[in-house]
Every structure is written in structure tokens, then in C-alpha cells.
Ligand binder design. Structure first.
Ligand code: 5GP
Ligand code: ZN
Length: 114
């Protein structure tokens, strides 16, 4: 997708603080962090949202959670706990139309979210 900002980050066309990368996913720190640790995990291929996942692309969700697990250990917040969330569509609060999973850690997160 030519004008997708997360595709450009995935292609290293625009800079981001990358924490993890493999052949399927990229993890990078959120520009506007909502917790002491806040990063995004995205598939490298353009998928609009959860709604657009299909049998061909569902395996990327497994790769996302593998990256989450690796980083939770590496950044040392696995035991304290954390939140993984993906916003979908207008009511979900999605502002970037490329599937991404927020990972938030480093403070006691309130529930329910706003
Ligand atoms: P959403 O609201 O779609 O669930 O989340 C989009 C997230 O992407 C927001 O938390 C926002 O701060 C982050 N974001 C938007 N543009 C950029 C960018 O260019 N670089 C980085 N690192 N994060 C971004
Ligand atoms: Zn994209």
C-alpha cells in the first residue's frame, strides 16, 4: 500500500525504534507512548485490520504473539504483566489502517479501557 505509514516503517522507508524483526513481523516503539513500555507489533504485509485476516494471513497472528513473548522476556516485563490490544475500526479507535498490536507494560493498567 503506497501511502501506508506502517508499510513504510516495515520497509524501513521511514525511521522507527525497532525492537524486533523477523521475516513476518516488525516491532517498534509507539511514537506517543501510553505506558513506560509501549510498542507496536505489525505484520510486514499490509492487512487493514482483524476484519481483513483470512486463512492465508492468519498465521501472521501467531508470529505477532511469538514476537510479543520474546520481547516480554527480553525487556523484562513478562512476569510483572502487560497488555496486548488491537483496535479495529472506528468504534475500536483504530487510527492507522494497517493491522497492529499494541503492547503496554511498566505500570498497573486500568480496566476497562476508555
Ligand atoms: P491505533 O490508534 O490505530 O490503534 O494506533 C496507532 C498507533 O500508532 C498510535 O498509538 C500512534 O501513536 C502510533 N503511530 C502513529 N504514527 C506513528 C509513526 O509514524 N511512528 C510510530 N512509531 N508510531 C506511530
Ligand atoms: Zn500498510
Amino acid at each position: 500500500m503506497g501511502d501506508c505509514i506502517f508499510c513504510k516503517i516495515a520497509n524501513h522507508e521511514i525511521p522507527a525504534e525497532v525492537l524486533y524483526e523477523d521475516d513476518q513481523v516488525l516491532a517498534f516503539r509507539d511514537l506517543n507512548p501510553q505506558a513506560p513500555v509501549h510498542f507496536l507489533v505489525i505484520p510486514k504485509i499490509h492487512i487493514e485490520s482483524v476484519n481483513a485476516l483470512d486463512d492465508e494471513t492468519f498465521p501472521v497472528v501467531q508470529a505477532v504473539f511469538k514476537a510479543v513473548q520474546i520481547l516480554a522476556k527480553e525487556l523484562n516485563f513478562a512476569d510483572a504483566g502487560y497488555r496486548v490490544v488491537t483496535n479495529c475500526g472506528v468504534d475500536g479507535g483504530q487510527t492507522v489502517g494497517h493491522l497492529h498490536y499494541h503492547v503496554l507494560a511498566g505500570r498497573n493498567l486500568t480496566w476497562p479501557p476508555g
